[in-house]
Design a protein around this ligand. Structure first.
Ligand code: PLP
Length: 413
């Protein structure tokens, strides 16, 4: 596929990205793009992988050209390869803008909110995103309306605002939500937000670009915690912002440079290396998650399981319409309340008790162990990030932990 032109055009700051010979066939599918995009030019004796360039500055004198690499806070060859690849994967006409962490990317996207503007946020979302919005509000920089993101009518009403409140300037979406796995009706919310004059930002961390392409559904901005599935090995912290809109792209780029929230070259190189296997990892993790969810739904020591793959899950039909697969995070409420959930975490021997998600290794945690997690998240909710191990080993470990935890409690099985 010919590399998408950069929105700043041939004279823009990233024009160098468009200069390379690119003889890839047209119409490559996402799983192929994850492997093929962001490669150096095919030249005799050239490397097949981009270099890790460890230089804070570049040889330069005189008035710098618009596309000249000058200083590593502004860009490096290692970033360029990753940014091109993720841009193509997300179906964006412009390269991604890599950031030092998912939160740095989120802060850059929130900076698109006009000062004092109103943002509509999900009741349940990544807790630090919610904390960030609350901090903006506390400092008088934003007004925040929280709403159940899977309740389309409530979101539409929130976008229009209460009498005297005025319409929202931004809609912030997670789908599926962290950690409740609610699914938003993305096309409907994008239409409603645009009708109200609001910018739509989607945190696509849980779905990944292989599972969901919000820009194609009309969203204005996508953010990722690259830390999770994109990098995929629990060894880097990194984030990215994507947008097709040239003016928004320029603003996010300026924000990154002004705030200096930039990534190190090693991290970006590791993320691109991890992204090469995204399709394989996700396929396996999603299949494992669906199978584990199906078995958990019939488990005697389970009160509730949420995963959009389950036919009777409230988000199933929507997810089937707008996603490719159902993701690999699930929510589980074991018997015995918060103590029962803690006992499950203490009993697993293969699953890792750890925060985070999206790595090859399966992890679980009780979210309300954090005093900062929303009180509307049940105290006994375990978030499970299902990895790529053999599903029978994962099941044997989880089943044994659920049974032993329930046995320690006064519960009839
Ligand atoms: C949905 C979601 N968005 C953003 C983030 C923040 O990303 P990072 O940890 O890379 O700053 C997380 C982290 O858990 C997340 O789960």
């Amino acid at each position: 596929m010919p590399h998408a032109p950069h929105p700043d055009g041939p004279d823009g700051p990233d024009a160098a990205r468009d200069d390379r010979p690119d003889d890839r066939p047209d119409g490559l599918r996402p799983a192929t793009l994850a492997v093929a995009a962001g490669r150096p030019p095919r030249v005799q004796g050239g490397p097949v992988n981009p270099p890790v360039v460890l230089s804070s500055t570049y040889v330069s004198q005189g008035v710098p050209g618009p596309d000249e690499l000058l200083y590593a806070r502004g860009g490096t060859e290692t970033w360029t390869a990753f940014e091109e690849a993720l841009g193509e994967l997300e179906g964006s006409t412009a390269p991604a803008l890599v950031h030092a962490s998912g939160m740095a990317a989120i802060a850059a996207a929130f900076a698109l909110l006009p000062a004092g503007g109103r943002v509509v946020l999900p009741t349940h979302a990544y807790q630090i995103s919610l904390a960030y919005a609350a901090d903006l509000e506390a400092r008088g920089l934003a007004r925040v309306t929280r709403v159940a993101i899977d309740d389309t009518a409530a979101v539409v009403a929130a976008l229009h605002g209460a009498p005297g409140e005025g319409p929202a300037a931004m809609l912030w979406v997670e789908s599926p939500t962290n950690p409740m796995l609610e699914v938003a009706d993305l096309p409907a919310l994008v239409d409603a937000a645009h009708a109200a004059g609001a910018l739509v930002v989607v945190d696509n961390t849980f779905a990944t670009p292989l599972g969901q392409r919000p820009l194609a559904l009309g969203a204005d901005v996508v953010v990722h915690s690259v830390t999770k599935y994109l990098a995929g090995h629990s060894d880097v912290v990194l984030g990215a912002v994507l947008t097709d809109d040239p003016a928004l792209h320029a603003r996010v780029l300026a924000h990154r440079t002004l705030h200096g929230s930039v990534a190190g070259p090693w991290e970006v190189w590791l993320a691109l290396r991890g992204m090469r296997t995204l399709a394989l990892r996700l396929e396996r993790a999603q299949a494992n998650a669906a199978e584990i969810a199906r078995r958990l739904a019939a488990h005697p020591a389970v009160v509730e399981v949420r995963h959009p793959s389950l036919p009777d899950d409230p988000g199933h039909a929507r997810a089937a319409r707008q996603m490719n697969g159902f993701g690999a995070v699930l929510a589980l409420r074991p018997v015995g309340g918060a103590a029962g959930a803690d006992a499950v975490v203490a009993a697993v021997r293969l699953w890792l008790p750890a925060t985070s998600l999206g790595g090859v290794e399966s992890m679980l945690e009780r979210r309300r162990r954090f005093a900062t997690e929303s009180v509307t998240v049940p105290a006994d909710l375990l978030r499970l990030s299902v990895g790529v191990e053999d599903v029978e080993d994962l099941w044997a470990d989880l089943d044994a932990a659920l049974r032993s935890a329930a046995g320690e409690l006064p519960v009839e099985l």
